[in-house]
Design a protein around this ligand. Structure first.
Ligand code: G
Ligand code: G
Ligand code: MN
Ligand code: NA
Length: 254
């Protein structure tokens, strides 16, 4: 069997699982949200990373069913987390440019919210800049409909897409996530430091919150705090983890 069929099998039989990575308030140290990151429970290979199957799923269109499943699971898990007492935590879900172009995407989101009972304001959708590169009007309109529902929008992997700053103006976003490639060498590399400081400043002038991804060391975190980055995500705080571990993490850091 080829990979496409195996993946279809995994989608049909729910051989997927969602891990959650906390996003930390840089001032209080508390987890403010978690990002849902899908894994494939492969019978021979164990947990397969999304980088090894999301591109295929986007090519074949399987990302639509897969993304819908992740969204449903993530909403249900966040309702459980709220019921466990962590009511201020919100759920961030990655949305592929392929998904967001589907005519029924807003209905899929509404359905996931209604079925789970999650409040729209507790859901954040992460969209890469390049999602607005094609079918710009359609995607921008969809983002506005989502915002009107009360859902929040984050621009993911900021700075890496083939995009233009004019799109930032068009996208009705609440938040910018600085890609981890800028954070990795931010202490040694003057360009990375300048870009990171510039993006934080730009985001704040646009009234957007900023998250730094790939925060791996206390030095990264200190630099980012000093430069008023609102939120921090990375191995320095927590790796993506199963829901059962998240409850324990929140008991300590929620
Ligand atoms: O979890 P990991 O760090 O390996 O994630 C790798 C990449 O896969 C990230 O770029 C992330 O945005 C993407 N990814 C993870 N889960 C999902 C998902 O549910 N949908 C989409 N479209 N991308 C995802
Ligand atoms: O949506 P995005 O592509 O940003 O997904 C986050 C990805 O980054 C996931 O694959 C996650 O496992 C990974 N990741 C999260 N924190 C870190 C980190 O501190 N360092 C590195 N190298 N990768 C990270
Ligand atoms: Mn993301
Ligand atoms: Na990202």
């Amino acid at each position: 069997v080829n990979l496409r069929n195996q993946l279809q099998d995994a989608i049909d039989n729910e051989a997927l699982t969602v891990f959650y990575q906390p996003v930390i308030d840089s001032r209080t140290g508390q987890a403010r949200s978690v990002e849902a990151l899908v894994r494939w429970k492969h019978p021979e290979q164990g947990l397969v990373s999304p980088v090894d199957f999301i591109p295929l799923a986007e090519e074949t269109g399987q990302i639509v069913a897969l993304g819908k499943w992740v969204l449903g699971q993530a909403c249900r898990d966040m309702v459980r987390l709220h019921a466990a007492g962590f009511r201020d935590c919100s759920m961030a879900v990655n949305v592929s440019p392929v998904q967001i172009r589907k005519a029924d995407f807003v209905d899929v989101v509404k359905q996931a919210l209604q079925a789970s009972g999650l409040a729209p304001a507790s859901l954040e959708l992460e969209v890469v800049e390049s999602a607005v590169l094609y079918d710009t009007d359609l995607v921008i309109r969809t983002l506005h409909e989502l915002r009107d529902l009360g859902v929040r929008i984050a621009i993911d992997d900021f700075g890496t897409g083939f995009s233009s700053l004019s799109y930032i103006k068009l996208m009705p976003a609440n938040k910018i996530k600085i890609d981890r490639s800028f954070i990795k060498d931010v202490i040694q590399n003057r360009s990375d430091a300048a870009i990171t400081q510039g993006v934080i400043s730009m985001a704040h002038h646009l009234s957007l919150e900023v998250v730094a991804e790939g925060v791996e060391t206390e030095a990264h975190a200190a630099f980012l705090r000093r430069n008023h980055c609102d939120l921090l995500q990375g191995f320095a705080f927590a790796r993506p983890m199963p829901y059962a571990d998240l409850i324990n993490y929140m008991n300590e850091h929620g």
